[in-house]
Design a protein around this ligand. Structure first.
Ligand code: KG4
Ligand code: ZN
Length: 330
């Protein structure tokens, strides 16, 4: 019988449970989103997030076990996000995983959410090859890293302030477009013309990012141009983001000469980000590794996928929540 890992992801505002085999096939997944819980707050309200996880987690686990028709005692392992993320939300996943691991007598691993995003490219089909340049663009993170092999995670640069995803969400709010902002901006940007020259913060040097100035510049433009065209603002904003991201990715490709470029995190669901990174890879003869679009945003399948790495590499982690966990620590 094919062995499965049960993945549990509760680091932010999605309760996600998945069963995944070592080849990356997703046998079952159930994701409960909290958009409605937080919509009045314009962002994730931590106290409400942990309560919502608590309500959703056990029914979601029951659903995937029933769907895949398995005996939980046959699981190869449980993998649960231990960080980074919101303390209360992480605790719900970790304590549930610990209890089930004991009850079912199944080994349980605490998994780094960022490593889960990287392994999202292996869902449905194994794609990742080393050395790999990683561009992680999500709501919580924006970073470039170099992985010489599967055990090395060298951070090249991260953001000094907002992440790209956060910036997409805030621009959507500035334009009165609601939540979730990223996909809406991505969609309307394709309808507009990038005619407004927004700033390209920190484009000229290094691998660090800064997006808060760009976000403020969009807000100022909207404030002073009452008859603005939302599609053109979105297109110009996306163009500025892509200009910064692609310049830094090209710089890193020249420096580290990777075999693959791996673009992950929620913003990697963007059609325009995917097209831009494909163009770079076509020009540089680097193989592009993208997660299937539906697995770019937070999900438990990627956490299960990373768990297979921990198992095969004999990585042992504890089940303590680590809200500020870095990429370099399993
Ligand atoms: O990876 P993720 O689900 O959560 C974190 O780990 O942070 O990323 C969420 C972010 C949000 O900012 C969301 O607006 C953005 O990813 N996002 C997108 C798209 N889908 C989600 N941004 C641009 N285009 C999309 N299609
Ligand atoms: Zn994430």
């Amino acid at each position: 019988m094919t062995k499965l890992v049960l993945g549990i992801e509760t680091s932010c505002d999605d309760t996600s449970i998945a069963l995944v085999d070592q080849q990356g096939n997703v046998a079952a997944i159930e994701t409960v989103s909290q958009y409605e819980v937080h919509s009045d707050f314009g962002g994730v309200y931590p106290e409400l997030a942990s309560r919502a996880h608590l309500e959703a987690i056990l029914p979601a686990i029951e659903i995937v076990i029933e769907r895949a028709n398995i005996d939980p005692q046959d699981l190869r392992a449980i993998g649960v996000t231990r960080g980074p993320g919101l303390m209360g939300s992480l605790l719900v996943g970790l304590s549930t995983a610990q209890a089930l691991g004991l009850a079912w007598d199944v080994p349980t691993y605490g998994i780094n959410h960022l490593r889960g995003h990287i392994r999202s490219v292996d869902l449905e089909k194994r794609r990742l090859r080393f050395p790999a340049l990683i561009l992680l663009v999500s709501g919580g993170h924006t970073l470039l890293a170099f992985c010489k092999d599967q055990n090395s995670f060298d951070l090249l640069g991260t953001t000094r302030d907002d992440s790209v995803g956060e910036c997409y969400d805030k621009v959507a709010r500035t334009l009165g477009l609601g939540m979730p902002g990223g996909p809406i901006i991505d969609k309307i940007a394709a309808l507009g013309t990038p005619s407004i020259m927004f700033p390209r913060p920190m484009k000229k040097s290094g691998y660090e990012f800064s997006f808060s100035g760009l976000k403020s510049s969009v807000a100022r433009y909207v404030e002073t141009n009452k008859d603005f065209d939302a599609n053109d603002v979105a297109a110009s904003f996306v163009q500025a983001c892509l200009d910064v991201l692609s310049t830094k990715v090209l710089r890193a490709i020249e420096q580290v000469q990777p075999e693959t470029l791996c673009v992950v995190g929620g913003v990697a669901a963007s059609a325009q980000v995917r097209a831009c990174m494909k163009a770079i890879c076509d020009d540089t003869n680097v193989t592009l590794c993208l997660p299937p679009q539906k697995w770019a945003t937070d999900n438990a399948a990627m956490i299960a996928m990373a768990t297979w790495d921990y198992i095969s590499q004999g990585i042992n982690t504890d089940l303590e929540p680590k809200p500020n966990l870095h990429l370099g620590v399993a």
